[in-house]
Design a protein around this ligand. Structure first.
Ligand code: DTR
Ligand code: ZN
Ligand code: ZN
Length: 332
């Protein structure tokens, strides 16, 4: 619950350019056009937390973790899949048949079947955890934020300009293996349709910062615009570079970005002055530890990530308005 303007539908479109936020919409002027415009939803962080609670319970029933090779992982896949199917998605389990740890469960892929299939925007998070604990920040946080965004998209069912595909990856913790298998398995034509891949890994670190992968890139622009609009002054995700599933796409030249709040590296004094928290301590003091439980979740950060995902998804793929000059749709 962050955004000042959270309505599901506006009757007045103000064409403000690619980085425009609904909160900046002003009164009608010569540059306005009347249309049914879908605004990005304010994703309910209580619902994101409810998904996290389910993942926590799954770990609890399965020896305390959700490692890719375990029943805890397979139950996590079943939970996410069930929610997506109930919302109307066709969901694919992709077994990882090469390069994954023996016995690793599948990737989970869900595409929203509207918009131009030649322009695909992908949003992904790894669903597996390490053996040491339940993996709530790493990476229940990204998985749950993504799931609630997928459900919000289905619920709002806006007119789509481009295609959105969601992925929950297996075996990231053993070497980015599920995402690497996925990208490797695509044909070059399928890879060329992916306009950007957005990654969400550890988006609720209790002593975290606001980090964006490839922050100055055009793929990152809507992610940065949203956090800038909250006054967060995000920084480049240097700690996470090459260490999560975005790297599997980057290696094939696909533009990548994403949010992260940080792992085992320590917060600087300048960052503590800017964002609060404890200088000299890890962004996530429970990184890869048994204490990465529901208590290890920064709900404010989680909310800001979930809402920024929605902003980015809407900006890149939803039919958000009509051109001011000729009133023709921006896409087909
Ligand atoms: N892939 C993460 C590793 C990681 C390390 N630092 C960061 C910073 C931001 C995001 C991720 C990471 C893991 O799953 O352990
Ligand atoms: Zn991770
Ligand atoms: Zn990890």
């Amino acid at each position: 619950m962050i955004r000042r303007l959270a309505g599901a539908s506006l009757s007045l479109a103000v064409v403000l350019g690619a980085a425009a936020l609904p909160a900046a919409a002003g009164p009608a002027t010569a540059s306005t056009t009347t249309a049914n415009v879908s605004a990005a939803p304010d994703v309910d962080v209580a619902k994101v937390r409810a998904h996290l609670s389910e993942l926590s319970a799954i770990a609890g029933r399965n020896g305390g973790n959700r490692r890719s090779t375990t029943q805890g992982y397979r139950d996590s896949v079943a939970y996410v899949k069930g929610k997506l199917q109930a919302a109307g998605y066709t969901v694919t389990e992709q077994p990882c048949t090469s390069g994954c740890t023996s016995g690793a469960g599948p990737n989970l892929i869900a595409e929203w079947p509207r918009g131009d299939a030649n322009n695909v925007y992908m949003f992904g998070a790894h669903l597996d955890g390490v053996a040491a604990g339940p993996g709530m920040n790493d990476n229940g946080s990204g998985s749950a934020a993504l799931l609630e965004n997928a459900l919000a998209l289905a619920q709002q069912n806006p007119t789509m300009r481009n295609r959105v595909r969601f992925a929950w990856w297996t075996d990231e913790e053993q070497g980015l293996n599920g995402s690497a298998f996925y990208v490797r398995s695509l044909s070059s034509a399928e890879r060329a349709r992916i306009r950007a891949y957005y990654n969400f890994d550890m988006v609720a670190s209790t002593n975290g910062g606001y980090f964006i992968n490839h922050i100055t890139s055009s793929a990152a622009a809507p992610m940065k615009a949203y956090w800038d609009s909250l006054g967060l002054r995000p920084e480049e995700n240097t700690e996470g570079a090459g260490r999560s599933d975005d790297y599997s796409f980057q290696r094939y030249g696909i533009p990548t970005s994403g949010y992260a709040m940080g792992a085992g590296a320590r917060k600087t004094s300048a960052q503590a002055a800017k964002w609060g928290g404890t200088a000299g301590a890890s962004y996530d003091p429970c990184y890869h530890r048994a204490c990465d439980t529901l208590s290890n979740i920064n709900t404010t950060g989680l909310d800001r990530a979930a809402d920024g995902i929605a902003h980015t998804l809407w900006q890149q793929a939803v039919q958000t308005g009509l051109l001011a000059d000729d009133a023709s749709p921006r896409g087909t």
